[in-house]
Design a protein around this ligand. Structure first.
Ligand SMILES: [Fe+2]
Length: 193
């Protein structure tokens, strides 16, 4: 049986190439500097996020990753949404499980800039800490396993960029959930002021 079935998550190497990671992170950091990011209700004002419904680039990425997601999960999947988050020092992610729209998800590490270059920041899946290298990802059953991150303990000026893609099983109970394409109008926040 696959580790996704047994453990509710699995580590997958090279989901995105280094070039793709650099392209996406430079794009998102530029968006953040132009104050085009959104308030992030899950981790509060210390971080910032950008939803696929407001970005053709990330909307396409959700579909671009579909073949690797289907191969790794052995499931037929429907893309629902994608977002990316730039974590800033002091932010964390509370222990939680996801809504049905996140039935099959992946958390993929993009670029980061840590003032302390030795620093490593874990994502917890259940009781297990996972360190996701740049371009690698963790595919997980977001509705079945609790996940969280401890506080991002780095000096001012550090950041960590993470990508999240969410799908449902086309042969499962969430198959009727529609892909999210509507413009998100949450208030914007400037993380650099
Ligand atoms: Fe989650």
């Amino acid at each position: 049986m696959d580790s996704l079935e047994i453990n509710k998550y699995k580590y997958v190497k090279n989901m995105l190439s280094n070039d793709m990671v650099e392209y996406l992170s430079s794009y998102s950091v530029k968006k953040a500097l132009k104050k085009e990011n959104l308030y992030d209700e899950q981790v509060g004002p210390l971080s910032t996020s950008f939803h696929s419904s407001e970005s053709e680039v990330y909307h396409h990425l959700l579909h671009y990753l579909l073949p690797i997601m289907e191969k790794q999960t052995n499931l037929k999947l429907k893309p629902i949404y994608c977002f990316n988050r730039i974590y800033l020092p002091g932010s964390d992610l509370k222990r939680h499980m996801d809504r049905g729209a996140c039935e099959i998800s992946a958390s993929i590490s993009l670029a980061h800039s840590y003032k302390n270059e030795e620093y490593k920041w874990p994502l917890y899946m259940g009781e297990n800490s996972v360190f996701i290298k740049k371009g690698d990802g963790v595919i997980y059953k977001g509705c079945e396993i609790e996940h969280w991150r401890p506080t991002f303990h780095q000096p001012e000026g550090s950041w960590h960029h993470q990508l999240f893609v969410h799908y449902v099983n086309l042969n499962g109970p969430n198959a009727k959930i529609e892909e999210e394409k509507v413009l998100d109008l949450r208030p914007r926040v400037n993380i650099y002021e």
